[in-house]
Design a protein around this ligand. Structure first.
Ligand code: DON
Length: 579
């Protein structure tokens, strides 16, 4: 504390701490409820979930009904033709994780997106049938319902079937989402027939989107279960279209698809227990690695958005993302160094390498265990008994691969792009990855999806997650820090502007207005490069629930309700709803 600069920094930090509550951006008031809370990116799906809870279903039932509903009313990400993760914490403290993410087809090869010269074929892993991984959502939802739900399949599918067959009225955000991908969707006849009007005209606000083919598939799943999808017409139609249009999907891919039930990742941060996604997601491991590093710093004292805080967060992110990108992959194919990455001693060693006043250089970082050498959606649910569910699922990019097999109404994912197409070459999210995430038959690509439940003293405290590609991890992390370290309420926590660093490219991305001009100058003086990259990928829309109060201070005062929900305002048509 003798260094004069340190004294100034401490003074500024103390001042900003004292002023911090005044500095928060105005955010909508969190939604309050006593018995249950559902937060999703589409208000009709939120209502579906709340109705299930009101009718005696538990949080898993609601999660399944919401998952099917989003496949209809949020087609950019909600899906039957993609995959995802569900983190569950039951009222008795049991925890589990369902991995229903896509797998590479049996005919996939490590170099399938490279040309004869070994160069990446542009967009081959993003557009059309070659980009499609074997979908997992239908089997995932059914396993969740069978093992942890209480309601019948017919009950949980009924709202989705109704919205598909009878249609739903499009609001501004729905129209914007479809229009944004209109050009891509126009290239696939079956997709265009659903999502565009005559002559490729986009839908207008107030018009209805009706999806009869999807409704038919949903009805057959309600009647016959997942076999209706994996062994029935949809699988046949998808394989046929894939074979006709340059894909490699085969009937066996669908027959052999199986959901994995895994143990969630757990760590403790300042007395809070974090429960999140294990590999094949990097999400839980990397959130925990960053938190374990940050636990050694007085973040609440340094203050939200201060140059000191941003610098320390960025350095922790830099070290964690190099590990992510080099060392992690599908656990059936790769020996993931998870225990090292969560080790307090490892975090201490990282802190020892972080200079508090100088930016590190990503190029100098040695990947851990390196041997070699936009659109997703998240929803959070809690029921009257305290069962908590966090789900993130996706088609990967907006509207996935942009293709629908005729007769199915099902948009297919482009999850294959999450693999390393070529070591060292960035993917859609700019991630520069290595051999651990190379393509192999039946392998699952490494994900960043981080459906997370936080508990305190054995009770649910927070449910949180987000879309956002590689930024999912830092968005989820920052929402947690905003509540625990910076005292924000749940709405402020999901709405607050954000920063992101992912090792490579070596720069701090930040949303407009996150950093004041003098904070930016201070960071540049430390040696950081900054980018307010307004271009894609967009920052994801977090969905959060807090239990017992709208913020830590409110919880201490006893809170006026039991559950507080907030949907990020970045999701135009999202909502939090409860009863
Ligand atoms: O699993 C992953 O990490 C990505 N496929 C998620 C994609 C995503 O979040 C796109 N949405 N903005």
């Amino acid at each position: 504390m003798d260094h004069p600069r340190t004294r100034i920094v401490a003074l500024v930090a103390a001042l900003s701490f004292a002023l911090a509550p005044l500095a928060f951006a105005a955010s909508p008031t969190p939604v309050e409820a006593e018995h249950g809370m559902v937060v999703t990116a589409q208000h009709l799906a939120t209502d579906v979930g709340v109705d299930v809870l009101k009718n005696g279903g538990n949080a898993v039932d609601a999660a399944v009904a919401v998952g099917y509903a989003l496949a209809v009313v949020y087609p950019t990400a909600g899906n039957l033709g993609g995959g995802g993760f569900m983190t569950i914490r039951l009222k008795d403290g049991r925890m589990t994780f369902l991995d229903f993410r896509e797998r590479a087809p049996l005919a996939a090869t490590k170099t399938m997106y490279l040309d004869a010269k070994g160069d990446i074929v542009p967009r081959a892993s993003l557009d059309g049938y070659l980009a499609v991984g074997v979908p997992g959502s239908v089997k995932g939802f059914e396993m969740a319902r069978e093992k942890y739900g209480t309601k019948s399949r017919q009950d949980l599918l009924a709202p989705a079937i109704r919205y598909a067959k009878e249609g739903f009225t499009l609001e501004q955000g729905d129209v914007a989402s479809i229009s944004g991908s209109a050009k891509r969707l126009a290239k696939d006849e079956a997709a265009a027939k659903i999502f565009l009007k005559a002559e490729g005209r986009p839908f207008a606000v107030g018009e209805k989107l009706v999806q009869p083919d999807l409704g038919g598939v949903l009805s057959s799943i309600a009647d016959k279960g997942p076999d209706a999808f994996y062994k029935g017409m949809p699988a046949d139609a998808i394989v046929k279209a894939s074979q006709a249009k340059g894909g490699i999907l085969a009937k066996e891919d669908f027959e052999q698809y199986a959901v994995r039930e895994l143990k969630p990742i757990e760590c403790n941060y300042r007395g809070y227990d974090i429960i999140s996604s294990p590999p094949p997601s990097s999400g839980g491991v990397i959130i925990c690695e960053i938190l374990t590093v940050l636990e050694g710093y007085p973040l609440s004292f340094l203050g939200y958005g201060s140059a000191e805080t941003v610098h320390l967060m960025v350095e922790a992110m830099r070290y964690a993302y190099v590990d992510r990108n080099a060392a992690l992959g599908d656990p059936e194919f790769v020996d993931n160094p998870v225990s090292t990455m969560l080790d307090k001693g490892y975090a201490k060693a990282i802190r020892a390498k972080i200079d508090p006043y100088k930016a590190g250089a990503s190029a100098d970082l040695k990947p851990l265990g390196a041997k070699e050498s936009v659109e997703t959606t998240h929803y959070s649910i809690i029921d009257d008994e305290g069962n908590a569910v966090a789900v993130t699922y996706t088609l990967n990019g907006n509207f996935g691969a942009g293709v629908v097999a005729p007769g199915t109404g099902i948009l297919l994912n482009n999850e294959m792009d999450d693999f390393t197409s070529k070591p060292g070459v960035p993917n859609l999210y700019g991630l520069v990855q290595g051999e651990a995430n190379a393509i192999a038959p039946k392998k699952t690509p490494l994900s960043s999806m981080s459906p997370t439940i936080v508990t305190k003293d054995g009770k649910p405290f927070m449910i949180i997650g987000s879309p956002g590609g590689s930024r999912i991890i830092t968005i989820t992390l920052e929402a947690i820090l905003n509540v625990i370290d910076f005292g924000m309420d749940i709405s402020q926590a999901v709405n607050a502007p954000r920063i992101h660093h992912q090792w490579q490219p070596d720069k701090i991305y930040f949303e407009p207005y996150t950093l004041s001009p003098d904070t930016i100058r201070a960071l540049i003086a430390m040696g950081h490069t900054l980018d307010d990259g307004s271009g894609p990928p967009q920052w994801g829309q977090a969905a959060g629930i807090l239990v017992g109060g709208k913020s830590l201070a409110d919880i201490e005062k006893g809170g006026s309700a039991r559950y507080y929900g907030a949907m990020d305002s970045r999701a135009t048509e999202g909502s939090a709803g409860g009863y």
